[in-house]
Write a protein that binds this ligand. Sequence first.
Ligand SMILES: [Zn+2]
Length: 231
Amino acid sequence: MVAKIQTTKQAEVQRIFDALSRAIAQHRLRPGTRLVEAQIVEALKANRNHVQSALQRLALQRIVTIEPNRGALVSQPSAGEARDVFVARRAIERAIVESITPEAMRKHQQRVSSHVSNERKATDSDDRRDIVRELSEFHLMLGDLSGNQVLSEILANLMVRSSLIVSLYQRNDVPSCASDEHEEILSALAQGDRERAVRVMIEHLDELESQLDLSEAPDPEVDLRQALADL
Ligand SMILES: [Zn+2]
């Protein structure tokens, strides 16, 4: 009985964790948003203790920040942390791409082709939320295709943190991934050319990072007259 209660609790905490992660990854909850427990309880029809456990887990993964007396906030990664996340993504996604065999590509052919068509549909539409979801789904799908659960789990965390980073530091409002690079990676993998797939993936991640403005810390002395001129 105790074990059963424990499992139900774990499943509930996971459900809340997943819902909040997804909302953050899809930019529905932006960095710095206050995560009011009572509202989460109501929105997700969840129990308060479970919500607290899920928030603590998100905090351990640096997706949420818990501040004494202020409660939980969606994290606001610093520029330095953003750079570190990209270094980690290059290492993890290289390992993921290197693990994907042509056999795995054949086995998951259905999923890959339905993803490609969903991603095209999303990028043809103007729905930013769909675009963000599908572009990030591509990277998560490769994690699954690698068959390495540990790499997939690390990537899932890095992808949510990347979403926060894009929300904070993207120079302009264009979607961050390019679909043709995604398709090039898939076609190299289908042909068993992992070397090319790795090369394109690294170029792709470099390109994503170059779209961010991680140059400087915020400048409290900024001259507002200058910053607001020509607008
Ligand atoms: Zn991408």
